[in-house]
Structure formats: structure tokens, C-alpha cells
Design a protein around this ligand. Structure first.
Ligand code: GNR
Ligand code: NI
Length: 176
């Protein structure tokens, strides 16, 4: 089932997602719906708060750098209760977000991360990532703590991006 994506400035995006007690069928249903919604929206990742669900779940399918056409499902992962256990280095990447369509900005993050989580069977897993996957993991884990990529910008930059976003919403309304 395709779910509606919550858009900024909806206050739900600022809430803190809650830990999942056990990975049961209802969590697997949420994962499946989030995967379907992520592909429908052409995102590389999606966090539960973006579909108005408070449970700590993220899904990702980040294409390989040498991948020309996106191969659906190739790098698909679902993470329950994900936590960053180690990070190193710095990198800057131009990020976007399905909850703030139409705007992007350069965001500074760790270059490498190790993430601990549960998979869809409730099994403990650990992922080591660099490149775009490391960036997307940090972007999605931020969402679970109510943090958007614009919150990682300087105040001036953030105000500029917010103004641009609000302007694009207004023109979108006028076009209808
Ligand atoms: O689809 C997405 N692309 C993206 C590009 C650069 C950095 C992060 C992302 S995540 C985003 C999907 C999304 O909003 N996930 O929360
Ligand atoms: Ni996002």
C-alpha cells in the first residue's frame, strides 16, 4: 500500500520515533508499505515519521555509483531501531528530502558510519557504509530523531532554503 508522505512544516516530522519492542507482522507490513512508497516517490530512503508512523523503522535502496539505470531491490534494506555505533571523517553532499520537495542544500556529515539495527526477521545486523549509503543512513536516522537536513545548515542557509521551499509551495498552489 502506498502511503502519503508527510511534508514540512508538519510538526509530526519533529517528533521522536519510538523503539520497536518486537519485529512482528505489523512491523513487517509497515516495512513493505514504506518500501512501496519509497519506490513510488523515487526516493533512495524513507523513515517512518515521513509516513506518519511513530515506530523506529527506515528503508533504503541506494544505487551503486556505477549503476546507470536504477535496479529496484538491488541494495534494499529495512532497519528497525537503527543506531550509529561508530562514525569517522567528513563529507559534504547536496541532499534533498521527500518531505521538502523541490529544495536541496549541501550538508556536512560523517564520511563513514557503522550502524547497528534489527532486520525484518528481528535479527541483529551491523552495516558499515561510506559514500552515498553513509549519507542516506545518517539522513534517515536523523528523521527518527525529528531532525531534517535543513536543521544541519547554518541559520542563514536554513532561512534561505525555507523561503525557497515556501515560495515553491505558493507557486504550486497558484498553478492549480
Ligand atoms: O531520495 C532521497 N535522496 C537523497 C539524496 C541525498 C541525500 C539524502 C537523500 S534521502 C531522500 C529520501 C528522503 O527524504 N529520505 O528521508
Ligand atoms: Ni528525508
Amino acid at each position: 500500500m502506498i502511503l502519503e508522505i508527510v511534508k514540512y512544516p508538519d510538526p509530526f516530522l519533529k517528533s521522536e520515533a519510538v523503539k520497536v519492542d518486537s519485529v512482528d507482522d505489523s512491523v513487517r507490513k509497515l516495512i513493505d508499505d514504506m518500501v512501496e512508497t519509497m519506490y513510488y516517490a523515487r526516493g533512495i530512503g524513507l523513515a517512518s515519521l515521513q509516513v506518519r508512523d511513530p515506530r523506529r523503522v527506515v528503508v533504503l535502496d541506494v544505487p551503486d555509483e556505477d549503476e546507470k539505470e536504477r535496479e529496484k531491490g538491488k541494495n534494499l534494506m529495512a532497519l528497525v531501531n537503527p543506531e550509529i555505533v561508530y562514525s569517522e571523517g567528513e563529507t559534504i553532499y547536496e541532499e534533498g528530502c521527500l518531505s521538502l520537495p523541490g529544495v536541496t542544500a549541501d550538508v556536512e556529515r560523517a564520511a563513514k558510519v557503522r550502524v547497528k539495527a534489527l532486520d525484518r526477521d528481528g535479527k541483529q545486523i551491523e552495516i558499515e557504509a561510506e559514500g552515498l549509503l553513509a549519507i542516506a543512513l545518517q539522513h534517515e536516522l536523523d528523521h527518527l530523531n525529528g531532525i531534517l537536513f535543513i536543521d544541519r545548515l547554518s541559520r542563514l542557509k536554513r532561512e534561505l532554503v525555507k523561503r525557497k521551499y515556501k515560495k515553491s509551495l505558493e507557486t504550486e498552489e497558484r498553478a492549480i
